[in-house]
Write a protein that binds this ligand. Structure first.
Ligand SMILES: Nc1ncnc2c1ncn2[C@@H]1O[C@H](COP(=O)(O)OP(=O)(O)OP(=O)(O)O)[C@@H](O)[C@H]1O
Ligand SMILES: [Mg+2]
Length: 496
């Protein structure tokens, strides 16, 4: 736009400006556009946009001026801004040296300012901020004739800013509501809205208050411990203890004494009488994690506890009644362990009264995105960092990666990415996921490809996904990212 065009056809100029500033709802981009246009319109060297935040005027964007708030502006600029805000009218000072309103300011000579202007930003007659501009070289177009044009521009800019602020507020509110919805729909932090996780929620709700033994099965990192806690804290005995014992990590004798307690002198080092964990958990829940790893001797003892609901401390003959809900978990295939003779069949049936099967993360569809967002929010809060979610290729990578380490792997991956991310959004590159492609899935251990065809890979993948979603075609289709019709067609074609 040349000066003549601007003066001769101000309407056209305004319409171009209006189109530019209304092309975005992103407040930062919008303010940059407004300031750029303002600087160009009057040929200013310096400029700043200030907006009210409560009672303080904060600098939202600046060009050649280092300032964070009105206090950082020099004395002259400040007095021009105040004059505009007080009167609600655009101030143009074409020749400052002769302008009695401002020419006694020291900073005019210090900064060598020759011309300045300030456009108050008002919405429904209320001041919301100001655009300040000045020039140290030429007087540019800081001319009184520009006033009507600058007024109209300021009006447009104020409206666009209000819209963008409202949009920003709505987006934030919407995110908060969605977050609340996710946590409300989840039982004590078990996030997910896939059918597979809904089933787990339902199970927890229906068995929480029953004191039958519960066995939680699932791959490593699927949330078995989380479910054990959720069971306890949704039960009527939630204010009684929740005690967990990690059976796999303790040697046999130590585990026995941990579980059942001992009498003083029962063995070397047993200096005092000690309650076992079963007793500690009285009235509440006792969680036996990694149950498949206990020795045959402890298996027998445990069987007795489950049958008789009583224990004996080591070295003692007194029988003590216990009243605890027992929850056990393992990532091993217990039936296989029984078959292989490593786990007692009778104990297996005692434990396997109510079973909760934790689905692997890859069978939970878009829960991976919900969980990723949840872990990201949590990590950012810890780091006191802000990021704008995931990029498209990031989301795509999260969906395509098979997550062999399940939710725990996802949690670690997001934490690492949030720390390392240098950009505004977490990208596939930040996530560092080694996504298997068709070739690597069928790569031989010796590195040679076995030459199987794409169709066979498809078939194996479809079959596996169907198994993981317990034959639920809609769910499998979602996980695979294909239509139900396509999937039905393949099932028929391949006779799955
Ligand atoms: N649905 C979920 N929502 C939120 N967080 C989850 C969910 N599932 C798992 N997590 C988180 O993932 C991590 C692993 O979960 P957890 O320790 O319960 O798994 P696990 O099945 O017991 O694993 P392992 O077999 O290795 O012991 C935990 O930090 C847990 O809080
Ligand atoms: Mg565990």
């Amino acid at each position: 736009m040349t000066e003549d065009e601007l003066i001769e056809n101000p309407l056209q100029a305004l319409s171009i400006i209006s189109e530019t500033i209304n092309s975005t709802y992103e407040i930062d981009v919008l303010l940059r556009n407004i300031l750029d246009i303002a600087l160009k319109t009057v040929h200013a060297q310096r400029g700043v946009i200030l907006l009210y935040e409560g009672d303080t005027l904060s600098v939202k964007i600046a060009h050649n001026i280092a300032a964070q708030s009105e206090d950082h502006l020099d004395q002259f600029s400040r007095s021009v801004v105040y004059a505009a805000l007080d009167t609600g009218e655009t101030i143009i000072s074409y020749n400052i040296v002769d302008d009695i309103r401002f020419n006694n300011s020291e900073s005019v000579s210090e900064q060598k300012i020759v011309a300045a202007a300030c456009l108050p930003l008002r919405i429904r007659s209320q001041p919301v901020g100001a655009v300040y501009l000045d020039s140290t070289e030429t007087r540019g177009r800081f001319r009184p004739e520009m006033e009507p044009f600058l007024n109209a521009f300021a009006h447009q800019a104020a409206l666009a800013i209000e819209n963008a602020q409202m949009y920003d507020k709505l987006i934030k509110e919407n995110r908060n509501l969605q977050k609340r919805l996710v946590t409300q729909n989840s039982i004590r932090g078990i996030i997910g809205s896939s059918p597979a996780i809904h089933k787990v929620h339902e199970m927890i709700r229906s068995v929480a208050d029953v004191d039958a033994t519960v066995l939680i099965l699932g791959e490593s990192g699927t949330g078995k411990e989380l479910v054990a806690r959720a069971l306890h804290y949704s039960s009527s005995f939630r204010d009684k203890p929740f005690i967990a014992c990690f059976c796999g990590s303790l040697p046999e004798t130590l585990l026995e004494s941990e579980l059942f307690g001992h009498k003083a002198g029962a063995f070397t080092g047993a200096n005092h009488d000690k309650k076992g964990l079963f007793e500690e958990a009285e009235g509440g829940t006792f969680f036996l994690d990694e149950i498949a790893d206990i020795s045959p001797r402890v298996q027998v003892q445990l069987l007795r506890v489950l049958q008789e609901r009583e224990i004996k401390r080591i070295g003692e003959n007194t029988v003590r009644k216990i009243n605890v809900r027992i929850v056990a978990a393992t990532n091993k295939d217990l039936r296989e362990e029984v078959k292989a003779g490593r786990f007692r069949e009778d104990l297996f049936y005692r434990l396997n009264v109510i079973t909760i099967n934790m689905p692997p993360l890859r069978a939970r569809g878009d829960d991976v995105i919900l969980l990723a967002q949840h872990f990201l929010d949590r990590t950012l809060q810890k780091l006191n960092k802000t990021l704008n979610g995931f990029s498209e290729d990031g989301i795509d990578a999260l969906r395509r990666y098979p997550w062999p380490g399940n939710v725990r792997e996802l949690e670690n991956c997001i934490e690492r990415a949030a720390v390392l991310c240098k950009g505004e959004q977490i990208t596939a590159h930040d996530l560092q996921l080694d996504i298997p492609d068709v070739d690597s899935v069928h790569a031989q251990p010796n590195g040679k490809k076995n030459g199987r065809k794409l169709k066979e890979f498809e078939r194996t993948l479809v079959q596996k996904t169907l198994q993981e979603s317990n034959g639920n075609v809609s769910q499998a289709a979602r996980v695979l990212g294909v239509s139900r019709r396509w999937l039905h067609y393949r099932i028929k074609e391949w006779g799955l």
